[in-house]
Ligand binder design. Structure first.
Ligand code: ZN
Length: 188
């Protein structure tokens, strides 16, 4: 069994995918293989690059929609908090009382920023999945890519929200895990 091509690049077809349980909720009923776009964005000084790998994972009918929902990262959450912050700052103008006189100087923007962070965190906490579903977003995601200058991908780190599914994946890909071509982590 060939695990890696001569150049050391990972052959995506050689990755074994456990197919008997939903990779999100663990159900064994009504499964279908859904193409799951695994994305990794790298931010650089001027813009960024995005890498998308397509891998098919088994989903039950209820979880199939989560396959293409990408989790919002820390930067995205900060942007959301920042937008809420500005909405709050402009909202202050329309208050029937002068909030700025209660909170002088930088106190007002600081207070508004704290409220914006709290709203954002609260929103993402409310978005948590209902068990046995393990993720509202993709249950499998690309957490890291090791890429050569030639563009060849020599290492992938996949994140799994379903711990049992992760262990099954690891067991099926032991060789690639040992060689360092594949690594896993728990997310969510
Ligand atoms: Zn499911």
């Amino acid at each position: 069994m060939q695990q890696l091509s001569d150049s050391g690049a990972i052959d995506l077809d050689s990755i074994e995918i456990p197919a008997d349980t939903c990779c999100n909720c663990g159900s064994k009923d009504g499964l279908s293989i859904v193409p799951t776009p695994l994305k990794k964005t790298r931010f650089m000084l001027l813009g960024g690059t995005e890498l998308t790998l397509m891998l098919g994972f088994p989903y039950c009918s209820g979880c199939a929609v989560s396959a293409s929902k990408h989790a919002i990262g820390t930067l995205g959450k900060l942007l959301i908090a920042f937008m809420i912050f500005w909405v709050l700052i402009f909202g202050v103008i329309f208050l029937p009382f002068d909030l700025a006189s209660f909170l002088p100087g930088v106190m007002l923007p600081l207070a508004m920023f704290s409220v914006a962070i709290a709203i954002t965190l609260g929103y993402f906490r409310l978005r948590r999945p209902t068990p046995p579903r393990t993720s509202v977003d993709q249950p499998v995601m690309l957490r890291g890519v090791k890429q050569m200058f030639s563009g060849d991908i020599v290492g992938l780190r996949l994140g799994f929200s379903n711990e049992a599914y992760k262990r099954e994946f690891e067991a099926m890909n032991q060789m690639q895990m040992l060689s360092g071509a594949l690594s896993t982590e728990s997310v969510g």
